[in-house]
Design a protein around this ligand. Structure first.
Ligand code: ATP
Ligand code: FE
Length: 356
């Protein structure tokens, strides 16, 4: 099957073509991403209206380039997959309308994809891992442990009760005067700093279960920064690096410890398939990846992390998630709606109480 995927749920406009033949590994024939970082730079965060306009302007050219790079025309495509949520509604609408237009014009099937399913299925695209596996999905807007049993079968075992770590990285970058997106900038600073100089809290580690909290960490960082500024009148390069290092170490420690607990829960039910996979933008963080890898080794679990470009938003993951649905015969039609909110798991609450 050959699927054209479209993604426009946040601040990247993307299109990609993914192909998988019967019994073969999936292949990314093209993956085009137009970022919007410069458009939002002066505002210190993504501005929904600006994002929506940029998606509407860029999506057609993005599709054209993805087809060209794959050396294909629309006639060679079996189905169109598009992110139908969750995300900024203006952007999601741009993608869904473009995909509907292409589907109507070509007579090809239309498949709505949950953006989070795209992230969560990426390790199957990049490493061909089999179901089930434990997924730590850690991104700009989400942070959750998912038991993944099938392309549409996700059970949430726990996750953040407030902010996502990506958000915390972005906020930290703003507080330290670093550029957006904050993750890569904070990581680069942290590599030069001493993680022990500032001791930030590790929230909820004293409580059982695998829920997490990151909002207090931002406040702690703000307080530490203001104290240094009050004492010295400003931040030195050293201070900035040490604050970044302290922050990153706290996020890493929480994620690693909670992953151990989620793995223990997962392994109790799925001892024959000891696999941890990560996805989402924060999974691009070297220190966090290393911590998760060590924990996996210690627990004799195999660890999979997609290449960096497939951790952050892209359309190859959407095309692939669409391909998995297509294989099941699960297509949508012109009634497909764009959804700002769209939780992945249907049954988790019933299985695990509130999850807290
Ligand atoms: P979601 O997928 O939850 O809807 P999103 O699509 O905005 O949110 P992603 O594109 O998956 O999120 O990830 C972007 C986030 O990842 C940003 O918050 C960014 O700061 C963070 N990020 C990217 N690289 C790194 C890194 N090296 N270290 C930490 N965080 C990173
Ligand atoms: Fe994302």
């Amino acid at each position: 099957h050959t699927i054209l995927g479209l993604e426009s749920s946040c601040d990247d406009t993307a299109a990609a073509v993914v192909r998988q033949s019967e019994g073969e590994v999936p292949e990314i024939l093209s993956s085009v991403v137009f970022g919007q970082t410069e458009l939002h730079a002066e505002f210190g965060g993504v501005v929904p209206e600006i994002a929506a306009r940029a998606h509407a302007e860029k999506i057609d050219i993005c599709v054209k380039q993805a087809l060209e790079q794959a050396n294909l025309t629309l006639a060679d495509i079996d189905a169109l997959a598009v992110t139908a949520g969750p995300g900024l509604i203006g952007g999601v609408l741009s993608g869904v309308m473009c995909a509907k237009g292409l589907a109507a014009g070509s007579g090809k099937p239309l498949i709505g994809v949950n953006h989070l399913a795209g992230h969560a299925l990426t390790p199957r695209l990049t490493d061909g891992i089999a179901f089930p596996y434990l997924m730590l999905l850690v991104s700009g807007g989400h942070c959750q442990f998912l038991l993944v049993k099938g392309p549409e079968d996700f059970t949430r075992l726990g996750g953040t009760i407030d902010d996502a770590p990506g958000e915390a990285f972005d906020k930290t970058a703003r507080l330290l005067g670093l550029p957006q997106p904050g993750g890569p900038a904070v990581q680069a600073e942290a590599e030069k700093g001493d993680p022990k100089r500032f001791r930030f809290p590790r929230p909820l580690l004293d409580r059982p279960g695998c829920d997490m909290s990151f909002s207090g960490l931002k406040t702690a960082l703000l307080r530490a920064r203001d104290q240094v500024v009050a004492e010295k009148g400003g931040l030195t390069t050293r201070d900035r690096a040490d604050l970044a290092a302290g922050f990153q170490a706290a996020v890493r420690d929480v994620l690693v410890e909670k992953t151990r607990r989620a793995l223990a829960l997962y392994l109790a039910e799925n001892p024959a398939q000891p696999v941890l996979a990560v996805a989402g933008g924060v999974a691009a963080n070297t220190a966090i990846r290393a911590g998760l890898e060590t924990a996996s080794d210690e627990m004799k679990v195999s660890f999979t992390a997609p290449p960096l470009a497939l951790c952050t938003d892209n359309a190859a993951m959407i095309a692939y998630a669409g391909l998995e649905r297509f294989r099941l015969g699960h297509c949508d039609d012109m009634t497909l709606v764009a959804r700002p909110r769209w939780p992945l798991d249907k049954q988790a609450k019933a299985l695990l109480g509130s999850g807290k």
